[in-house]
Design a protein around this ligand. Structure first.
Ligand code: ADP
Length: 588
C-alpha cells in the first residue's frame, strides 16, 4: 500500500473540510436569500393583485376590463391579467386577450377561481422567461366573478442573486485561502513533531542509542518522545551490560588453558577458544563455523562428539594427535543444554596432558633404571656370598678378596641409594618451593667442596685451584651447592690425567652468578652433551661403572641449579677437557 507523509494526509483533509463548509454555507445562504426575495416579491404582488381585484370588483367584468388591465398594469410595473371563470382571458396588460389561450389549467388560476390565493413559479412560453404568478379571486355577489393575476419576471431576483453570489464567492475564496494557510500551518505543526519522533525512533532502530529525541511542545508528543528516550537509555544500558558480560566471558574463555570447543546439533563448531585452536594445531579463526570433520582431522575426537550426542552422557577419552610433535590430549565431552533441557550440541574440553604423560614415562623409566642399576651389584654380592657359603673359596686370601668385592658393591649400592634419595629430596623440595636459600659468600662453599675432594685429587696428583673473589655472594642453599660442586669436581678429577689441574671458579656474569668447574681431561664427545644430565646416562657404561660412578651425579647438579632458579651448561672438547657452568640468577 502506498503511504503518504502525515503532512499530505492532514493538509488536503483540512482543505476539503474548508471547501465543503464554504460550499455548504454558500448554497444555504443563496437559497435562503432567494427564498426571502421570492416571498417579499410574492407579498408585493399579492397587494398589487388585491388592489387590482378590488378595481375589477368595483368596475365589474365586461368590455372595459381589458382597458382597466392595461391602465393598472402600466401603474404597477407588472403584467396584470384578468381571467373569466371559464378560463378565457378577458384582460391583459402586455398582450391582446383574444390572442391568448384558455388559462383554466394554470394552477394559480384554478386556486383563484376556487376562491383561494393562487401562486405559481414557472416558465412562461408567452413571455419566454421564468415568471412569478399570484392570482386572487374578484368576487361579486354569490361567487367568483373572475381571477385577477399579476406576474413579474424573476430576472430582477436573478440579477440581485448573481451579484450576491459573486460577492459571496469572493469572500469564500478569501476564506478558503486563509483556511488553506491555516491548514498548512496546522498540518506542519502537527506533523513536524511526529516526524521528529519518527526520525528519532528510526535512529534508535538503526542502533544509535545515544541519540535523544528533542521534546516537542505538545504534552502528548513530549510524553511520547520522553518515553522513547527512556526506552533507548534503558536499551543502551542493557546492551552495554550484555556486551560487557560477553566481553568478560570471551576474556575468560580466551585465557583458559583448557581448550573449549562447542559443537552445535548440526555438527558445526559454534565456539572455540584460542587454547583449543593451539591444542588442535589450527589457526585461531580456523575452527568456527566448520563442521567438526573439517575443523578437527582426528577420527577419535570426531567419534567422541558423535558418541556424546548419541548416548547423551559425559564421556572422557585420551586422544593422541600425531603432528609435528606428538600431543596427548585428555578430552571431556558432555551435552550442551539450555536451562530448559533443550539440546544445543556438544561441549568438548581439551586438556594437554603431554607433559604429564612424559613425566609418567620418565618416572616409569627411572624405576626400571633404578631396579636395573641396583640389580647389578646385588647379583654380584649374591654370587660372592653364595660362593663363600658353599665353602668354595680356596684360601683365606681369596675369601678376603671376595669379601672386599662384596664391600665395594655394598658401598656402590649405598652410594647409589644416597644419590637417589638426594635427587628425590631436591626434586621434591623444588616442587614444593621449600628449598631454603640465604645470602652467603661463595668462597666458603667452594673451599668446603674442594676440601671434600682433596684426598681423591691428591691420590691422582691433580691440583685443585679456586678462582673467586672473597666478597662474591648470592642467595644460595650452601649444602646443595656444595653437593653439586663435589659431584662436578669429583668427575673433573676422575676424567683428568695424572698431574692435571682442575679450576673451580665463581664470578658475577650478566645473568647472575656463574659457578664453573673446568678440567683439562679426556673431554666428552659432542653427541653425548644433550643427554649428559639425564639420570643414569653414561658416556661409556663399562668404563664409567669401573670409575665407581652412579650415573646420577650430573642429574643432581642439574636439579640443584633448578632449585636455585638457574641452569647448568656444558661445553667440552674431546681430548682437551670440559667446562661445566652453573648459572644462579640474582632475581629468583
Ligand atoms: P657418574 O656419577 O657415573 O659420574 P655423572 O652423572 O656424574 O655420572 O656423569 C655422567 C657421565 O658424564 C659420566 O659417566 C661421564 O662419562 C661423563 N662425564 C661427567 N663429567 C665428565 C668430565 N668432567 N669429563 C668427561 N666426562 C665426564
Amino acid at each position: 500500500m502506498r503511504r503518504f507523509r502525515l503532512f499530505y494526509r492532514i493538509f488536503p483533509s483540512y482543505l476539503l473540510i474548508t471547501a465543503v463548509a464554504l460550499a455548504g454555507l454558500g448554497v444555504f445562504a443563496y437559497a435562503t436569500l432567494k427564498r426571502e426575495h421570492l416571498s417579499r416579491l410574492t407579498e408585493q404582488l399579492r397587494i398589487t393583485v388585491r388592489l387590482a381585484a378590488e378595481q375589477v370588483e368595483a368596475a365589474g367584468t365586461g368590455a372595459e376590463t381589458a382597458a382597466l388591465c392595461r391602465r393598472l398594469g402600466g401603474l404597477v410595473d407588472s403584467r396584470l391579467t384578468v381571467i373569466a371563470p371559464d378560463g378565457t382571458v378577458i384582460g391583459d396588460s402586455w398582450h391582446e386577450p383574444a390572442a391568448m389561450d384558455n388559462h383554466a389549467d394554470r394552477p394559480e388560476i384554478i386556486a383563484a377561481l376556487q376562491g383561494k390565493d393562487g401562486y405559481s413559479l414557472r416558465y412562461s412560453p408567452t413571455a419566454r422567461r421564468t415568471m412569478l404568478y399570484v392570482a386572487l379571486p374578484a368576487r361579486e355577489a354569490g361567487g367568483v366573478a373572475a381571477a385577477v393575476r399579476a406576474a413579474v419576471p424573476l430576472t430582477a431576483i436573478d440579477a440581485a442573486l448573481a451579484d450576491f453570489a459573486k460577492r459571496i464567492g469572493a469572500v469564500a475564496l478569501l476564506i478558503a485561502l486563509l483556511g488553506a494557510g491555516t491548514g498548512w500551518f496546522v498540518a506542519r505543526r502537527l506533523s513536524r513533531p511526529i516526524e521528529a519522533v519518527t526520525q528519532g525512533a528510526a535512529r534508535f532502530a538503526a542502533g544509535d542509542l545515544a541519540y535523544r529525541v528533542p521534546l516537542p511542545q505538545s504534552a502528548e508528543m513530549a510524553a511520547l518522545a520522553d518515553t522513547l528516550n527512556r526506552m533507548a537509555q534503558r536499551l543502551d544500558e542493557r546492551t552495554r551490560a550484555a556486551l560487557r558480560a560477553r566481553e568478560e566471558r570471551d576474556a575468560v574463555f580466551a585465557s583458559m588453558a583448557e581448550g573449549i570447543l562447542a559443537v552445535d546439533t548440526d555438527g558445526r563448531v559454534a565456539q572455540a577458544n584460542r587454547a583449543a585452536a593451539e591444542l588442535l594445531g589450527v589457526r585461531p579463526d580456523g575452527l568456527k563455523g566448520k563442521t567438526i570433520q573439517e575443523a578437527v582431522r582426528n577420527p577419535e575426537i570426531q567419534s567422541l562428539v558423535e558418541d556424546v550426542a548419541a548416548r547423551g552422557e559425559r564421556i572422557e577419552r585420551v586422544v593422541t594427535l600425531y603432528g609435528e610433535e606428538e600431543r596427548v590430549l585428555q578430552a571431556h565431552g558432555s551435552l550442551l543444554q539450555e536451562t530448559n533441557g533443550r539440546p544445543l550440541g556438544t561441549l568438548l574440553v581439551l586438556n594437554d596432558v603431554t607433559r604429564l604423560r612424559q613425566l609418567e614415562r620418565a618416572r616409569r623409566d627411572f624405576v626400571a633404571n633404578v631396579s636395573h642399576e641396583l640389580k647389578t651389584p646385588i647379583t654380584s654380592i649374591k654370587g660372592f656370598v653364595e660362593t663363600l657359603l658353599d665353602g668354595q673359596a680356596r684360601d683365606a686370601a681369596e675369601t678376603q678378596r671376595f669379601l672386599s668385592i662384596i664391600l665395594r658393591q655394598v658401598d656402590r649400592l649405598n652410594l647409589m641409594i644416597g644419590d637417589i634419595l638426594s635427587l628425590s629430596t631436591i626434586e621434591h623440595e623444588t616442587e614444593q618451593r621449600r628449598v631454603e636459600r640465604v645470602e652467603g659468600r661463595l668462597i666458603g662453599v667452594l673451599k668446603d667442596a674442594v676440601e671434600i675432594c682433596a684426598e681423591r685429587a691428591r691420590q691422582k696428583d691433580v691440583t685443585l685451584r679456586i678462582e673467586c673473589s672473597r666478597e662474591l655472594s648470592a642467595r644460595i642453599s650452601a649444602h646443595l651447592l656444595e653437593q653439586a660442586l663435589v659431584n662436578l669436581i669429583d668427575n673433573a678429577v676422575k676424567f683428568s690425567r695424572e698431574g692435571g689441574t682442575v679450576e673451580i671458579g665463581a664470578a658475577r656474569g650478566p645473568d647472575g652468578v656463574r659457578v664453573t668447574v673446568r678440567d683439562h681431561g679426556i673431554g666428552i664427545e659432542r653427541r653425548h652433551l644433550a643427554r649428559l644430565f639425564e639420570r643414569f646416562y653414561r658416556v661409556d657404561k663399562g668404563r664409567d661403572r669401573k670409575q665407581g660412578g652412579t650415573g646420577l651425579g650430573l642429574a643432581i647438579v642439574k636439579h640443584v641449579a633448578l632449585a636455585h632458579g638457574g641452569r647448568v651448561d656444558v661445553s667440552s672438547t674431546p681430548g682437551a677437557g670440559s667446562l661445566f657452568t652453573m648459572t644462579l640468577p640474582d632475581a629468583s
